[in-house]
Design a protein around this ligand. Structure first.
Ligand code: C5P
Length: 235
């Protein structure tokens, strides 16, 4: 089973990002480049991080009409990142187009993954703001089913939906879970949070951790601790 801790590099500049990565010495990491970093710095950030030998989760959360998303993923294929995200809310045709674009662009090593409900969304907000009448779990289950049917490789959800996604889509469908907090952390804007240990017990393939690692004085130490918590053995 693929399993790792992905560090969310939510920084505004290339300099701050590289300065942060230096704290890990020669260690090879799996890192997330999201909209804050990518939109302000462009593809150069992918090149710089690749040159350091790290794996890349490009979290651009694409959400547009199928033709536009097709063009975007086809173009992004050349960066040969490990994972790229789109929003499941874009619908079945958009999801299919996202995957097809990646294939047509030659990105055979890039997994295309769909966001279900953001981990900053509570069930109450989803019902109130999106006028969704089913439970959050049912909503995530439906998005996961749709994503699988469209031929994508997995979904992003909170830890609390991993079980039902496994039920619906099988163990081989990738489950990526942000909203990770250590026991004494503040939740901040996240709503559906869990510890790395619970994520491990529930069967997440990858946990995405940002501020719990990036905002501490010794990131390498916390990263190591989180990795141990998210190990396969629950000693
Ligand atoms: O700092 P924190 O650990 O909350 O960061 C979580 C990261 O995961 C952020 O970069 C955020 O964009 C991302 N993410 C998320 N919820 C999703 C998908 C991605 O928090 N559903």
């Amino acid at each position: 089973m693929q399993k790792d801790v992905i560090i969310a590099l939510d920084f505004p500049t290339v300099e701050e990002t590289l300065e942060f990565l230096e704290k890990f010495g020669e260690e090879k990491l799996f890192v997330k480049i999201g909209m804050e970093l990518y939109l302000q710095n462009g593809p150069i950030i992918i090149e710089k991080i690749k040159n350091l030998g790290h794996k890349i989760f490009l979290d651009l959360k694409l959400h547009d009409i199928p033709n536009t998303v097709y063009g975007a993923t086809k173009g992004l294929a050349k960066f040969n990142v490990d994972i790229l995200t789109v929003h499941a809310a874009g619908g079945f045709e958009m999801l299919k187009a996202a995957k097809q674009g990646m294939i047509d662009g030659g990105g055979k090593n890039t997994k295309v993954i769909a966001i279900t409900q953001l981990t900053s969304t509570s069930e109450e907000n989803m019902k109130k703001e999106q006028l969704v009448s089913v439970s959050l779990e049912e909503n995530v289950r439906n998005y996961a089913r749709l994503t699988k049917k469209a031929g994508l490789d997995g979904v992003v959800s909170s830890v609390w939906e991993v079980g039902l996604i496994n039920e619906e889509c099988g163990e081989n469908f990738l489950k990526i879970t942000p909203g990770i907090r250590l026991k004494n952390d503040r939740t901040e804007d996240q709503k559906r949070v869990a510890t790395p240990r619970i994520a491990n017990e529930k069967g997440s393939n990858y946990i995405v951790v940002g501020r719990s690692i990036t905002k501490v004085s010794n990131p390498q130490k916390i990263y190591k601790f989180i990795k141990e918590q998210f190990a396969n053995n629950n000693e």
